[in-house]
Design a protein around this ligand. Sequence first.
Ligand SMILES: Cc1cc2nc3c(=O)[nH]c(=O)nc-3n(C[C@H](O)[C@H](O)[C@H](O)COP(=O)(O)OP(=O)(O)OC[C@H]3O[C@@H](n4cnc5c(N)ncnc54)[C@H](O)[C@@H]3O)c2cc1C
Length: 533
Amino acid sequence: METPLTPAEPMLWSGWGDPAKAAELPAPVRDLLAELLGVRAPATPAATFGEVRLPPVALPPPVLAALAAIVGDEHVRADDDARIRHTRGKSTPDLLLMRAGDASDAPDAVVLPGSHDEVAAVLRLCAEHRVAVVPFGGGTSVVGGLVAARQGFTGVVALDLARLNRLVSVDPVSMVAELEPGLRAPQAEQLLAAHGLTLGHFPQSYEYATLGGFAAARSSGQASAGYGRFDDMVAGMTVATPRGTLEIGRAPRSAAGPDLRQVFLGSEGAFGVITSMRLRVRRAPAVRTYEGWRFDTFAEGTAAMRRLAQQEGPPPTVLRLSDETETMVGLAKPTDLGAAGRDSGCLLVAGFEGSPGDVAYRRDRASAALVEAGGVHLGPEPGDKWAQGRFSAPYLRDSLLAAGATVETLETACFWSNLPRLYDAVRLALLGALGSPLVMCHISHVYATGASLYFTVVTAQTGDPLGQWAAAKRAANEAIVQAGGTISHHHGVGRDHREAYAAEIGDLGGEILRGIKERLDPAGILNPGVLLP
Ligand SMILES: Cc1cc2nc3c(=O)[nH]c(=O)nc-3n(C[C@H](O)[C@H](O)[C@H](O)COP(=O)(O)OP(=O)(O)OC[C@H]3O[C@@H](n4cnc5c(N)ncnc54)[C@H](O)[C@@H]3O)c2cc1C
């Protein structure tokens, strides 16, 4: 068994990522935002750590002592620091609440189990005492997946899986590795790299999100065109539930009834705690190359993406198409934003990872298809720029929030034939709800039958930024449901998408999920309030 080599820096408590990378927005950009969007500095400065308001610890001392008896004294933490850092996730509303000093959703305690057996024992104890349990990976949920409903419970614990962080084994014959769920993505990549392997899962939350969170929320990474979604990688898993343990998956495919992996992929901690996973791995690529293509319009670029997704043979590893607005913003230096022309077209980034021969073959095929689809080759510069900045946008969100802009993202997916309708519907809903925001969109997860749309919205904060975004989000959700999209392609359901998810799966679908929940978690302690309609 191998443990990770470098622990990550603790995440900023009221923002995204590594505190060392936090930066203020340059004054010229602030001026430009004021001019273009009417952004003004917020009236109240963000709360300091010492100003955060925490509710008192509700868990009775004997329960805390019983938890400590399972995992060890030092692994049960009820101090302010641990509680604040395990409050909610990292959506923009989560950050706005923390910036306002509101930690009213904090867990009473953070429990850090060190093994599957300890997880199972904690669940049994919590079921006995009616303590709600929120499985906690990297804490990067953007759908309210880390806030437990307190009502009817003795208290709430965050079950932080950080100590389950081992590479358990590698089967190089089958190209399967067993890894524990608390590994953050870079730690997992580091451990696998020592064996010449990779998972190839690089979401924008890569620096902090964990393998368990990827499986529980059905994550999709930026290289999903080549490596697949995370749920495609899960060959098997071990799950602890209050009723006992499940070992799932003993062959790559099986006709032995319904696939129980699917019960837990996307279950967001409501049915059980994933304590180990057998994951499909790939050989680490010798070559990585990314390049840009220009299309006149988003419609033309979309047709080119579809062509690549539907052609015979292996697709590019990375495929990403920005609409006109996102292209314009991405191309312009921040200070040029106002002057950027309208004819920037749409940028498509195609990336290839693999052996030199494989990359050359796939690149040639893709290039021919892109030229036929009307694309103009822009060379490696836009691809390299994308690759260098691929994890930096969340840091910019913090700077924009501090400057008085609301920035948030949302995503959906549908079949190709419906994509233009869905795109228009969501854009119009956001424009209608927010007045004159900047609404940008890209396609970065494609399939033979359809694709996902990912929207980024920037607007001037009102005096009630939470209410402002809630209204916009409601409008976007309604538009997605009405236009036939799924309420989430890769962020999950959490609390924020519960109603729309209920509409998507219908009454009978909801009953099936509640039946599973009642069987596995009769006391209803696992992440109450998320997922289930
Ligand atoms: C800036 C930013 C960028 C993002 N970019 C992407 C992206 O590109 N692609 C993408 O797919 N997502 C993205 N996300 C969303 C988020 O990172 C993913 O949903 C990720 O899968 C969450 O992983 P995590 O380890 O942080 O899980 P957490 O946020 O800790 O938990 C997510 C959910 O899973 C449950 N859970 C966690 N671990 C377990 C476990 N072991 N067993 C059972 N349940 C568990 C939790 O209870 C919760 O409901 C982004 C988020 C942010 C903030």
